[in-house]
Design a protein around this ligand. Structure first.
Ligand SMILES: NC(=O)C1=CN([C@@H]2O[C@H](COP(=O)(O)OP(=O)(O)OC[C@H]3O[C@@H](n4cnc5c(N)ncnc54)[C@H](OP(=O)(O)O)[C@@H]3O)[C@@H](O)[C@H]2O)C=CC1
Ligand SMILES: CC(=O)[C@@H](O)[C@H](O)COP(=O)(O)O
Ligand SMILES: [Mn+2]
Length: 355
């Protein structure tokens, strides 16, 4: 298989699962972490490697190394593998998803920005999501009428902070996720609750029209719940470890033991909280966005630029949501095709950059 983003949090977990299942790795794609990439090359012996920057080419211990975004698309087109794991972060992951699907490959999709920005034009039949909440929903779904699908949020790094202090929160503060160890960008998205809004959109594209909502479960032991029309509610419990969703994304008929069971006596109690607009201002547009999911492209582009500005200390933490909402109010056109998605993405980025 091909692993895009092999040196990231999902990429590393994917390679561990691949080792356990003895899956052959044809291509590794990484960004700047060449030290880790070299270790992965030694262990998995890929035929081809792609990295982000040509200045790093000489550091990679492999005879066949390419670089840049076009090279990622080319190796997908040229490869024999039937399965592409897309664990790239951000809008950068969209073209590889589209290319893999065009080449009739299966896509194990962690790159949620692909569906958020372009879900209307992606055939989800060939996609197995790598996200704990969608895995949970998929696991719970059975042939009974559903009332509502609910996903859980941890509440992120600032769930217990005094709201008045949030504007001055630093990048380092955002990274103190209570339950999960993940890449920098998704950990910021968890703190703003953008991650959960993205996941509601993903769910909408993956499972179709219906009622979707999210609540905070502070231990991240329940990942999804389904309210069935008959009055039953079922919940998916599993430890906060992505290897379970990854294992099923690589092999949906998977029968192996991947994790220890959650020990409810050790857990003792669970706490649920509402997601409020006061702490998570982006939640204000959640319902409207779910009614018009194609507008996800606007939210995604605004979020990526706002995060860049936050990291560069040009704006405070609470301004990330303000930038998103402002862009959302300004750009209300819905993309009619994939070209529109790229055009709107560009326009929104230009707008937020100068805001
Ligand atoms: N982490 C998690 O538990 C979950 C993540 N996701 C989603 O999965 C995706 C990946 O997340 P995560 O693993 O946390 O992110 P990371 O930041 O940990 O990893 C991102 C990967 O993309 C690579 N990369 C970045 N830019 C480039 C580039 N220009 N060219 C080639 N490779 C590049 C990075 O390389 P390098 O590090 O070498 O620079 C790294 O391998 C995101 O969309 C996220 O929202 C979804 C559910 C759970
Ligand atoms: C592991 C995973 O699936 C993440 O998307 C996780 O859900 C992020 O944590 P939050 O619940 O804080 O957004
Ligand atoms: Mn998730």
């Amino acid at each position: 298989m091909i692993v895009l983003g092999s040196t990231g949090s999902i990429g590393v977990n994917t390679l561990e699962v691949a080792k356990k299942f003895s899956i052959d790795i044809e291509v590794l794609v990484a960004g700047n972490n060449i030290e880790l990439l070299n270790k992965q090359i030694q262990e998995h012996n890929p035929k081809t490697v792609v990295i982000a920057n040509k200045d790093d080419l000489f550091k990679v211990k492999h005879p066949n190394v390419l670089c840049g975004e076009e090279a990622i698309l080319k190796i997908i087109e040229d490869s024999k593998s039937d399965l592409v794991v897309n664990a790239l972060v951000g809008f950068l992951g969209l073209r590889p998803t589209l290319t893999a699907l065009k080449c009739n490959k299966r896509v194990a999709l962690a790159n949620k920005e692909s569906l958020v920005a372009c879900g209307a034009f992606i055939d989800t039949a060939k996609i197995q999501p790598i996200d704990s909440e969608h895995f949970g929903l998929w696991y719970l779904l059975q042939n009974r009428p559903v009332e509502k699908m609910i996903i859980t949020a941890s509440g992120g790094a600032f769930r217990d902070w005094d709201i008045k202090k949030l504007q001055r929160a630093t990048l380092a503060d955002t990274q103190k996720h209570p339950n999960w160890s993940m890449g920098q960008k998704i950990t910021i998205d968890s703190a703003t609750m953008v991650n959960k809004m993205f996941e509601l959109l993903e769910a909408r594209w993956l499972f179709g029209e219906g009622k979707y909502d999210a609540i905070i479960e502070t231990k991240s032991l329940i990942h999804a719940l389904i309210d069935f029309k008959d009055g039953s509610t079922t919940a998916h419990f599993a430890d906060a470890n992505m290897q379970l969703p990854i294992a099923f994304a690589l092999d949906s008929k998977m029968q192996e033991n991947i994790l220890s069971h959650v020990d409810l006596l050790k857990v003792g109690s669970l706490e649920f909280r509402e997601i409020t607009v006061e702490r998570y201002p982006v939640w204000e547009i959640k319902e409207e966005l779910l009614q018009n999911p194609s507008r996800g492209v606007v939210v995604n582009a605004a979020n990526e630029v706002a995060i860049e500005k936050f990291i560069a200390k040009e704006i405070g933490f609470m301004d990330i949501a303000k930038n998103i909402i402002k862009a959302y109010e300004k750009f209300d056109a819905q993309p009619k095709n994939v070209d529109d998605v790229f055009a709107i993405d560009k326009e929104v980025r230009n707008f937020v950059r100068v805001e």
